[in-house]
Structures are given as structure tokens and as C-alpha cells.
Write a protein that binds this ligand. Structure first.
Ligand code: PMP
Length: 352
């Protein structure tokens, strides 16, 4: 590898057999483990592509441009990695809600951070988007690559994430022990900007399986799945859901939406960590919870019956290492000890 940028993407598609068994599912359940990417999330891919394309079309000029981006953190980390290598100064505007771990990683990579109020409406002046725009107006050479409207966001997934998934599924032949349609039958992904689900659904339906069912996952408190009576915001999961519809979110190939809550998501992230050893973050829990709700729903059942041999792919966007200081994670490890392991450790320590 010439640089760590070559370590972006090419993530493993991992069988989630224990989880499937625990939930009585006969399908092949797969998790696309994006935390294996160099910056630790699904958003590294778009960061790299947005920077490289902006360099090609002359919007970004080394030695002159300053990159500014509003993000929920992971796009920021991807950009910080790319900008560290290419020498661009980077300013990230980040809502207060987003974890300290993301801020620390951003700072380690040399980015400047401006925190903004979580409750500020996205379209207002005080939001991370509003503040980024204000900074761009005043900073010479300031460029917002704008993941919300930049076509290179969904394109990064259409051109890299999707082919990786399709290759992994089609090159795993069916066996008597492991029946498989050798196609992606169901794709499940949460949506923030919607770049991941837009790019993946386009590539999978247009080049691989037009009958694939694409399930979007959206938190209660977000508008992406459609207008809702629920209060906007108010949930703790990071990186998914918005109070506006980003330009890159294309609904054409999304078949259905499942709403999830924090109470669905965090226990599910914990379950995945415990049962499969996969160190995922909160929105991965949302995606798994959404997948299980869909597969067990009447709609899912009518479509797929007992699911035998069907390949269900779930996008796992980032790692628990982004969230270890969060209350929900502390609660999760406290309440899940195997027996009273903690007391045993304390006793052992006292005896030494
Ligand atoms: N989960 C996490 C943790 C994220 O950071 C993001 C990106 N905002 C997503 C899911 C959703 O990805 P996308 O923006 O492509 O919809």
C-alpha cells in the first residue's frame, strides 16, 4: 500500500449466523463491516471521492483551499484522513450531540472543530450546515464539498461498496448445507445523507438483481421515511435521520422504510458485539433492528416466506470505538456481565 488511503473500503461481508439463529431466521444474514475501513466508517469512501473529484475539476487547489464540512462526524473523519495526507486545512462543524471520540479523532488528524447546537434546525443559521456556510463566506479559499448534494457521495457507494457486496455474494456458491440464491435478495441500510442507500440500491437493482428489496432504516424523530407526527430530533443514535431531505437521497430504488428507536438500536448493537464479536456502533444496531423488523413483518413474510437461501445484506456503518464514552454504551457493559464477573475481579484484586 502506498498510502493509507488505499485502505479505504474493501471491507469484509461477514455472515451473522449466530444472530440469525437466535432470531429464528433461515436466511443468510450478512453484515458489511465498514469499521474495517482506514478511517473507521462507511463515510471514508465518499470523503476520498469528493476530494479527488474536486481536485480534478479544479475546485480544490493544494496550498490555497481550506476544506469546510458540516457532518455528524464520520464524513469529517474521512475528510480529515484525506486532508492530512494531501495537506489541506480542514474545519468541521459538528452538532453537540456527536461523540467526544469523533471530536478527538478529528483533532488527532489535525482538523479544527466547531460545535453547534443539536436542536438548531438544519436549514437555520445556527446549525452545523448554517455555520459551515457562514465560515465559507468569510474564510479565503473555503470550499464546502457538501455531502448532502454532492453526486460523488452516492457514486462512491455505487462504484465501490456495491460491487464489493455483489462480488462477495455471487462468488459464494450454494452448498447443500448453505443454500443460496447467489444474489442479493434484501439490502438494509440506515440513511443520513442517504448517499449509502441511494448508491447501493441503484447499483444492485440496475446491474445485479432488479427484484432485490431495499429497506431504508430511519429513526423515530426523522423525516427521511416520510412526514411524521413525531417530534423532530430527540434520539441519541448518531449519523442517521434528518429534519430535511438531502439532495442526494433518491427514493427511486428504495422499496420500504422501517422506523427504529434508540431502544431498538442500542441493545441490538450490544447483541451483535456479544454474539458475533463485531465491534459496531449505534446505527449498526438500528440497521440490524430494522432488518429483523422487516424480515419478521407481514410484508417481509409475504415476499420471502421462510427465507431459506435468501441473502440479506445489512450495512454496518461504524465502530463502537466512536461511542465508548456514551452513557448507552456504559449502561450496556454494566448490565451484561457474565455472572457477577465484576465482583469476582474485585475479590481477586483484594486478595493480591
Ligand atoms: N451511520 C453512521 C454512524 C453515519 O455516520 C452515517 C453517515 N451520516 C450513516 C449511518 C448514514 O450514511 P449516509 O449518510 O450515507 O446515509
Amino acid at each position: 500500500m502506498d498510502t493509507v488511503l488505499e485502505g479505504i473500503g474493501a471491507t469484509p461481508l461477514v455472515r451473522l449466523d449466530r444472530l440469525a439463529k437466535n432470531h429464528g431466521l433461515k436466511c443468510n444474514l450478512y453484515g458489511k463491516a465498514e469499521y474495517f475501513s482506514a478511517g473507521g466508517s462507511v463515510k471514508d469512501r465518499i470523503a476520498k471521492r469528493m476530494v479527488e473529484e474536486a481536485e480534478k475539476d479544479g475546485r480544490l487547489i493544494p496550498g490555497q483551499s481550506v476544506v469546510i464540512e458540516p457532518t455528524s462526524g464520520n464524513t469529517g473523519i474521512g475528510l480529515a484522513l484525506v486532508c492530512a495526507l494531501k495537506g489541506y486545512p480542514l474545519i468541521i462543524t459538528l452538532p453537540e450531540k456527536m461523540s467526544l471520540e469523533k471530536e478527538v479523532t478529528l483533532r488527532a488528524l489535525g482538523a479544527e472543530i466547531v460545535r453547534t447546537p443539536t436542536e438548531a434546525p438544519s436549514e437555520g443559521e445556527e446549525s452545523n450546515i448554517g455555520v459551515a456556510k457562514r465560515l465559507q463566506r468569510t474564510i479565503p479559499g473555503g470550499v464546502i464539498l457538501d455531502q448532502y448534494s454532492n453526486p460523488n457521495n452516492p457514486l462512491a457507494h455505487e462504484l465501490t461498496t456495491a460491487p464489493e457486496i455483489i462480488h462477495a455474494i455471487t462468488s459464494t456458491p450454494a452448498t447443500p448445507e448453505r443454500p443460496s440464491t447467489e444474489k442479493v435478495d434484501v439490502l438494509v441500510a440506515g440513511a443520513g445523507t442517504g448517499g449509502t442507500i441511494t448508491g447501493l440500491s441503484k447499483a444492485i437493482k440496475e446491474t445485479h438483481n432488479p427484484d432485490c428489496i431495499v429497506v431504508g432504516v430511519d429513526p423515530v424523530g426523522s423525516l427521511l421515511a416520510g412526514p411524521s407526527e413525531d417530534k423532530i430530533g430527540g434520539y441519541l443514535v448518531e449519523g442517521i435521520g434528518y429534519d430535511f431531505i438531502p439532495g442526494v437521497l433518491n427514493y427511486t430504488h428504495i422499496d420500504t422504510w422501517i422506523k427504529t428507536t434508540d431502544d431498538d438500536s442500542f441493545p441490538m448493537a450490544r447483541e451483535l458485539i456479544r454474539t458475533e464479536g463485531m465491534l459496531v456502533g449505534g446505527s449498526s444496531g438500528s440497521a440490524i433492528a430494522g432488518a429483523l423488523k422487516y424480515l419478521k413483518s407481514e410484508e417481509g413474510f409475504e415476499k420471502f416466506g421462510n427465507l431459506e437461501g435468501k441473502n440479506v445484506v445489512i450495512i454496518l456503518p461504524d465502530s463502537i470505538r466512536n461511542y465508548m464514552s456514551k452513557d448507552w454504551f456504559a449502561q450496556a457493559i454494566k448490565s451484561q456481565g457474565p455472572g457477577d464477573m465484576w465482583a469476582l475481579i474485585q475479590e481477586g484484586l483484594e486478595k493480591t
